[in-house]
Design a protein around this ligand. Structure first.
Ligand code: SAM
Ligand code: SF4
Length: 313
């Protein structure tokens, strides 16, 4: 089976799998005021996820990241990971807000999903609540500690917004140094509810780096060609990442596909549409995948009205 290439010649090796759209948090940059989630009957079952991912592997998919919505709200999360664990994937990881992660950790620790990207936009209790609409900072911090004690590889993702949490950037660098944990700063993206407030909230990657470099000396660490992050290390050895999707987009090097919680294979976060893979026999995957690959944009699409929790972040 041949790998499917984008028009810019990259194999599509990474797959984000959204396993539901529902979430317990209501992050101000992600959830609209009036939110409506899909019926859980519509979500792909563990068997369907296993079958679709298994069918994508011969075409080049090597890595899977589970996301949502909030993946830890799926009571069958461990069954999903078990289905994936039978496939020949190089890496299985998950993005989570970590609030409900605690009870899953012992079972997850027995399997292949050992890399966790944990979203943490504030380490101040009141600001955490303001951003997520959930009073959960201490539980998230305790869960991060427990995950690390169980040898999970944990990275922290902080979405930076002007006048909401940009004052916390250097506290996050200190947190990274103290806890010896990698922290990645994300530019807020012009998606869903952000579109009405983008100019107000946007804090560029350059501003983020300038703020850090006022206090810390950063050295560049080389990253892989399809990495979304620019990586740095502080003089004290803290690993810092910058994901500047708005000001320094990486579309021309992107190797990602996205599978929605209903089974739609999508070419790009910013591009609507895709191809429905639910119930599709393996023989039909080749042409469908070429159609999806052809949808991959080479240049950054300005914005999208669909919210991130529905697309799968
Ligand atoms: N609920 C999980 C979480 O928050 O980690 C997984 C899904 S969430 C949609 C995935 C990632 O997308 C999170 O790191 C979140 O901060 C990020 N995100 C959501 N909306 C965003 C936006 N408009 N700009 C930048 N990042 C965003
Ligand atoms: Fe939920 Fe994640 Fe969206 Fe926050 S960013 S509302 S935790 S899906």
């Amino acid at each position: 089976m041949t790998k499917v290439l984008t028009s810019y010649g990259r194999p599509l090796t990474k797959l984000r799998v959204s396993i539901l759209d529902a979430c317990n948090f209501s992050c101000i940059y992600c959830m609209p005021e009036h939110r409506a989630f899909d019926k859980s009957d519509n979500y792909l079952s563990p068997e369907e996820i296993g079958a679709i991912v298994g069918n994508l592997i011969p075409f080049g998919v090597e890595e899977v990241r589970l996301t949502g919505g909030e993946p830890t709200l799926r009571h069958d999360l461990i069954s999903i990971v078990e289905k994936l664990s039978t496939l020949s994937l190089r890496k299985i990881s998950m993005t989570t807000n970590a609030f409900q992660l605690w009870n899953f950790l012992p079972a997850l620790a027995q399997g292949p999903c050992r890399s966790l990207n944990i979203s943490l936009d504030s380490i101040e209790q009141t600001n955490f609540k303001k951003i997520t609409n959930y009073d959960g900072l201490h539980r998230v911090l305790d869960t991060i500690e427990r995950a690390r004690s169980l040898d999970f590889k944990v990275k922290i993702n902080m979405v930076v917004m002007k006048d909401l949490n940009h004052h916390e950037i250097n506290n996050f660098v200190r947190f990274a140094e103290r806890e010896k944990i990698e922290v990645r700063f994300l530019e807020v993206m012009n998606i869903g509810v952000v579109r009405a407030r983008f100019q107000k909230w946007y804090y560029s990657g350059h501003e983020i780096l300038r703020q850090i470099e006022n206090e810390f000396a950063l050295s560049v660490v080389p990253s892989s060609a399809d990495s979304t992050a620019q990586n740095f290390v502080t003089a004290n050895g803290a690993r810092i990442g910058l994901i500047a999707s708005e000001s320094m987009p990486f579309c021309g090097n992107c190797s990602r596909l996205r599978l929605s919680s209903r089974g739609i294979l999508r070419a790009c976060l910013m591009k609507e549409g895709g191809r429905d893979l639910r119930g599709v026999p393996f023989e039909e995957y080749g042409p469908l995948l070429h159609e999806v690959a052809a949808l991959k944009p080479v240049a950054r699409i300005k914005d999208i009205h669909e919210p991130m929790f529905q697309i799968g972040g």
